[in-house]
Design a protein around this ligand. Structure first.
Ligand code: HEC
Ligand code: HEC
Length: 337
C-alpha cells in the first residue's frame, strides 16, 4: 500500500514538474530565470575618421536624437532641447512616472560617464541591450530598433559619442521594479552577424531605415501593457507626460484623421519648425532633433509613411480628453472613435 502511494506521489511530482517546465517554456520562457542572452565582449576599436565623425553627429543629434533621452531638457525653449553644455550627461525619467529608470551619462567622463567603457561595450549596449555592467537594459532604450543599425553607422555613432565634451554628472543606476526586472531578461539578443549598409535604392527603402532608427513607432503606435495594439501601427494614442500636462502622439498614417492632408513640403516644414501651419507641436514630439535631418531624408521618411495602412483614429491634444476605445487612452476626440 505504502509503496503504491509512494509511486503515485512520485508520478504526480513528475507530472507537476513537466507542467511547470512546459508552462515556462511556452509562456515567459527561461530567460527571466537564467538571465539575458549576451555575448562575450571583444576588443574591437572603431577608428575615428572625419566621415564617421560627421555621420555620427548627424545620427546622434538628428535621426536618433540620443540626447533627447540622455540629457535633462530645457522646457523653457521651443522643442525642449537638451540643456546647453549638458548634452549626453544623463537623465532621470521621473518626468515619465519612471523615477527608477535612469538614462545614463554617455559623455566621455571617466568617472561618471562612458569614458572607461570600451568601444564594444558601447556597441553591445546600443544594439544588443546589455549595459556596461552586464545588466539587461530596459527597452525604453530603443536597442530593439538599433539591432538593425548598420555596422558602419554603429561605428560612426560611437566615434561621435567619444568626441562630445565630457560632463561630470553622477547618477544612480536603474533598478527595475518586480516583475519587470524578470521579464526584461528575455528582450536582449546578441548581434552575431555583420549588419550591412541599409537598402538605399528608393526613398521608401531609405525612409524605412530612418523610421526604424528614429523609433517613430515606439511613440506613435499605442500600447497596452507594453505591447503594441494590433492594427494600430503608427495610428497614435501613446501617452507622454510634459510639465504642463499629458499629451498623446498623433496618427501619422495616411488616413484623413492622420497626416493624409500633408505633402512632402509641409512634412519637412512641420519637422523642421515644430509647427503644422499655425499649430505648434508639443516638445514630446522630438522635432527639435528630427528637424536637423536633410530635406532628402525627411522626404524619404514621408514617402515611407505614405505606404502605411491608413487607420481611422481621431486625436487632438487641444480638445478635452475623453476615453477612446481604439487606443484605450483618454485624449481629445477620444469618444468619436
Ligand atoms: C527613448 C529614450 C532613449 C533614446 C532615444 C536613447 N536612449 Fe540610450 N538609454 C535610455 C535609457 C532609459 C537607458 C537606461 C536603461 C536601463 O538602465 O535599463 C539607456 C541606456 C543606454 C546605454 C547603456 C549604458 C550602460 O549602462 O552601459 C547606452 C550606451 C546608450 N543608452 C546609448 C544611447 C545612444 C548612443 C543612443 C542614440 C543612438 C541612445 N542611447 C538613445 C534611453 C534612450
Ligand atoms: C518621444 C515620442 C515621439 C517620437 C519618437 C516621435 N513622435 Fe511624432 N509625435 C509625438 C507626439 C506626442 C505628437 C503630438 C504632438 C502634438 O499634438 O502637439 C507627435 C506628432 C507628430 C506629427 C504631427 C501630426 C499631426 O497631426 O499634425 C508628426 C508628423 C509626427 N509626430 C511624425 C513623427 C515621425 C516621422 C517620427 C519619427 C521620425 C516621430 N514622429 C517620432 C511623439 C513622438
Amino acid at each position: 500500500m505504502a509503496r503504491r502511494w509512494k509511486k503515485f506521489a512520485g508520478l504526480s511530482l513528475l507530472v507537476i514538474l513537466t507542467l511547470v517546465v512546459v508552462g515556462i517554456t511556452f509562456t515567459i520562457g527561461w530567460r527571466p530565470i537564467i538571465g539575458a542572452k549576451k555575448r562575450a565582449l571583444t576588443d574591437r576599436k572603431f577608428a575615428a575618421t572625419p566621415p564617421r565623425l560627421a555621420r555620427g553627429k548627424y545620427l546622434v543629434d538628428g535621426v536618433m536624437g540620443c540626447f533627447s533621452c540622455h540629457t535633462d531638457a530645457d522646457w523653457s525653449k521651443p522643442g525642449a532641447p537638451p540643456i546647453a553644455g549638458r548634452e549626453g550627461s544623463g537623465h532621470v525619467r521621473s518626468d515619465q512616472d519612471m523615477p527608477w529608470l535612469i538614462a545614463p551619462n554617455i559623455t566621455p567622463d571617466q568617472e561618471t560617464g562612458a569614458g572607461n567603457w570600451s568601444d564594444d561595450t558601447l556597441a553591445r549596449a546600443i544594439r544588443e541591450g546589455i549595459g556596461h555592467d552586464g545588466r539587461a537594459l530596459f527597452s525604453v532604450m530603443p536597442y530593439q530598433n538599433y539591432r538593425q543599425m548598420s555596422d558602419e553607422d554603429l561605428a560612426s555613432v560611437i566615434v561621435y559619442l567619444r568626441s562630445v565634451p565630457a560632463v561630470r554628472n553622477q547618477l544612480p543606476t536603474t533598478s527595475m521594479p518586480f516583475p519587470l526586472n524578470f521579464f526584461i531578461q528575455s528582450v536582449p539578443e546578441p548581434v552575431t552577424a555583420a549588419v550591412p549598409a541599409p537598402d538605399q535604392s528608393t526613398p521608401v527603402a531609405r525612409g524605412n531605415y530612418l523610421v526604424r532608427m528614429a523609433a517613430c513607432a515606439n511613440c506613435h503606435t499605442p500600447q497596452e501593457k507594453g505591447q503594441p495594439l494590433p492594427g494600430m501601427d503608427f495610428a497614435g494614442g501613446f501617452l507622454l507626460k510634459e510639465p504642463k500636462g499629458d499629451v498623446v502622439s498623433n496618427n501619422i498614417t495616411p488616413a484623413a484623421s492622420g497626416i493624409g492632408y500633408y505633402n512632402d513640403t509641409s512634412f519637412v516644414q512641420a519637422l523642421r519648425t515644430g509647427k503644422v501651419g499655425a499649430r505648434p507641436l508639443h516638445a514630446s514630439m522630438p522635432w527639435y532633433f528630427f528637424g536637423q535631418m536633410s530635406d532628402d531624408d525627411l522626404k524619404s521618411i514621408f514617402a515611407f509613411l505614405q505606404t502605411l495602412k491608413p487607420v481611422r483614429h481621431q486625436l487632438d491634444n487641444t480638445e478635452p480628453p475623453t476615453y477612446c476605445r481604439l487606443c484605450k487612452q483618454k485624449h481629445g476626440f477620444g469618444h468619436t472613435n
